[in-house]
Ligand binder design. Structure first.
Ligand code: GLA
Ligand code: ZN
Length: 668
């Protein structure tokens, strides 16, 4: 295996006469891969059944002549006008019930038989043509799958999906509780999609629809994989470009299952977070999530290469940041960095989404930074590729719970993803390695498992967590856990439902706080150096203990003195129940938990310096990343080899330049 270092390239946007210059500049930057063609359907098939692949052949061959391999994208994310003109129902219907029109991309319905027919056609033609091509090393399916469709074709497919999930219509009615408001369906055909109506839909129906939409993309992707695999040898590995932790509409664990490997699109700066630069911990969480989808190393298929923007232009990456952000991906398990894009487009909706080169095409500051890193990858890429991440801590990501909170947020200030991020942040800032795993994951490798607001809980999941604690694991559950069964029905028991015995508490009452309202909790035995009293907002579960020890109590209002945070011994393990949903409490709880679980930070380092570790052949690779604009010094506990300094030996301390990177490894 070689470390992948490359770029997304759109030769179809530029005169053929320019291509050789581009290939040469890429080669000089140390690149060994380009992604091509994922938006080129109209150039590959200008009219139905009239194919023109000659230009792509030339582009691939030119790359090969420069020692650059190719990942080909199937072009289905952006169909040509002639195709979408064939039937107005090819366009997706959004949640408001409005049918989309031509003009952007990702506007198709994934369940449409005509769209699937065209998909199979173009994918088959591509597969047959490039199956034997030595330079084509992989395939990317479509591009950033996602948005939900609420059209009549999806409605029909949803009926079939439900008929497979439930033994009978009667059973479905019972599970959804359709006696409420007289929604008892007497024919599958009567079931609507949860498109906007006067008030919320039945939560059972709405959760199943979110699952169905996720499955629709999993199935649509599988249709492409099956076509490709009919012709393409295993050496041509199949992937899709995911969108990180934050993307809410697809169960990414399901989407990853059929793929050979995961890639994702990592943007630190874009027009949608201007003035609010993504914290390093949010990017780290996305990388960890992407690594967790298959418990494998991954690639970044679109690594930021300049300011990003459609209508607006984001803040420019400062000198050193493009390289730093690429190393941040590697530090969390990436074995490939593919920049987006090569040259800034002169036309189209992404005129301001900047590439490595500006519109004019002359190499500039960003190109030189990419060249520097390309040289480094040639020197040290072989030492990194394939190295594994080992974590003592798992965070449990439940897409079912996330989908359920999309339907009922519970509190206007509550956001499940933000809650998850806030807890992750407190681990990240303490240099703790975290795996992101699904609720049914084997938890035996971990000492500590954290399940933020694990809301929708099938029995198997409760059993899985029980086994983990029984065997000695430390588990954290937070408020709104165990509230719903698999069909989004509230459990017929005191909360936290199936977790009550594990936690040794029940919720005697819950208090949903008004926006901006705050109350507080006090810890009985504060951890040395940490505050005893912490503000809480959003939500308060008022607890009644049934065997658990009380760590903190509420101090105000009619529930003053009642337990808020508890710790219970169960089997060989312990369970912490946190009755609130706001962030500041983790400044106290996270150190306490790490202590309890005996989890050590990778390295102690100043704030703004991120430290991670990957393991290969019994040696550790430490990544020290300075996200600050000033120099930072990290004290070392041993003697290491500095990989980026030609193997120089370092002891005592290392200095990191502003936005600087250092990679240390154990002495041989
Ligand atoms: C996504 C897409 C790209 C491009 C970039 C920038 O990640 O996959 O095609 O649109 O965003 O907007
Ligand atoms: Zn549809």
């Amino acid at each position: 295996m070689t470390f992948i270092y490359g770029v997304d390239y759109y030769p179809e946007h530029w005169p053929v006469a320019r291509w050789a210059t581009d290939a040469k500049l890429m080669q000089e930057a140390g690149m060994n891969l380009v992604r091509l063609a994922e938006f080129a359907w109209a150039r590959l098939e200008p009219r139905q059944d009239l194919y023109d692949f000659d230009w792509l052949d030339r582009a691939i061959d030119l790359m090969a002549e420069h020692g650059i391999d190719v990942i080909l994208g199937t072009p289905t994310a952006s169909p040509p006008p002639w195709l979408m003109a064939q039937d107005p129902t090819l366009f997706r219907v959004n949640e408001e019930g409005r049918r989309l029109t031509y003009g952007h991309r990702r506007a198709y319905c994934p369940n449409h038989p005509l769209y699937q027919m065209h998909t199979e056609r173009i994918v088959t033609v591509m597969a047959r043509r490039y199956a034997g091509h030595p330079a084509v090393v992989g395939l990317q399916i479509d591009n950033e799958f996602g948005d939900r469709c609420y059209c009549d074709i999806c409605r029909g497919a949803f009926h079939g999906w439900l008929a497979e999930r439930y033994d009978s219509l009667h059973e479905m009615n019972e599970r959804w509780g359709t006696a409420f408001w007289s929604h008892i369906y007497t024919d599958w055909e009567m079931i609507p999609t949860p498109v906007a109506t006067v008030a919320p839909h039945n939560p059972g129906l709405a959760l199943d629809y979110n699952r169905f939409c996720s499955d629709s993309y999993v199935r649509y992707q599988r249709l492409q994989i099956e076509r490709l695999r009919q012709y393409c040898p295993d050496r041509q590995r199949i992937t899709h470009n995911f969108m990180g932790f934050g993307y809410p509409n697809i169960n990414y664990f399901d989407l990853a299952r059929d793929l050979d490997f995961v890639t994702w699109d990592a943007y630190w700066r874009h027009q949608w977070n201007m003035g609010n630069p993504a914290q390093a911990s949010n990017m780290a969480l996305s990388h960890d999530t992407m690594r967790g989808l298959k418990q494998q190393t991954f690639w970044v298929m679109e690594q930021q290469s300049g300011p990003g923007g459609w209508e607006l232009v984001s803040e420019s990456p400062k000198p050193g940041q493009l390289r730093l952000w690429a190393y941040n991906a590697i530090a969390h398990g990436a074995d490939g960095i593919v920049f987006f894009r090569w040259r800034t487009a002169r036309h189209g909706a992404e005129q301001y989404w900047h590439g490595i080169l500006d519109h004019h095409g002359e190499p500039g500051r960003r190109y030189h930074e990419v060249v520097q890193m390309g040289q480094e990858m040639q020197d040290i890429g072989d030492a990194i590729v394939g190295a594994q991440t080992q974590a003592d801590v798992a965070m449990i990501l439940s897409y079912d719970s996330r989908f359920a909170f999309q339907i009922q947020a519970n509190n206007p200030s509550f956001n499940h993803s933000a809650h998850f991020q806030e807890i992750y942040h407190t681990l990240h800032e303490r240099q703790v390695t975290v795996d992101i795993v699904p609720p049914d994951a084997d938890l035996t490798p971990y000492r500590l498992a954290i399940a933020p607001a694990l809301h929708v809980v099938p029995e198997e999941v409760a059993d899985n967590l029980r086994r983990f604690v029984d065997g000695g694991g430390i588990l954290v559950l937070t408020a709104r856990s165990g509230v719903k069964d698999e069909t989004n029905t509230v459990v017929d028991a005191k909360l936290p439902g199936l977790f009550a015995d594990l936690c040794g508490v029940t919720v005697s009452e819950y208090v949903s706080l008004a926006p901006h309202a705050q109350t507080q909790v006090t810890f009985a035995e504060p951890v040395a150096g940490l505050p005893a009293t912490v503000a809480v907002s959003v939500w308060c579960d008022v607890l009644e203990v049934d065997g658990a020890e009380v760590l903190a109590r509420y101090t105000e209002d009619y529930y003053a003195g009642k337990p808020a945070v508890t710790l219970n011994h169960y089997g060989k393990g312990q369970v912490l129940y946190v009755g609130t949903l706001s962030a500041p409490i983790y400044e106290v709880l996270t150190p306490l938990l790490l202590n309890l679980a005996g989890v050590q930070p990778v390295f102690t380092a100043p704030a703004d310096v991120e430290v991670t570790v990957r393991h290969r052949d019994g040696r550790r690779l430490f990544f020290l990343l300075n996200h600050a604009a000033e120099l930072r010094t990290v004290t070392l506990a041993g003697t290491y080899t500095d990989l980026l300094a030609e193997g120089k030996t370092v002891t005592d301390a290392v200095d990191l330049d502003p936005y600087g990177v250092c990679i240390l490894t154990d002495l041989p």
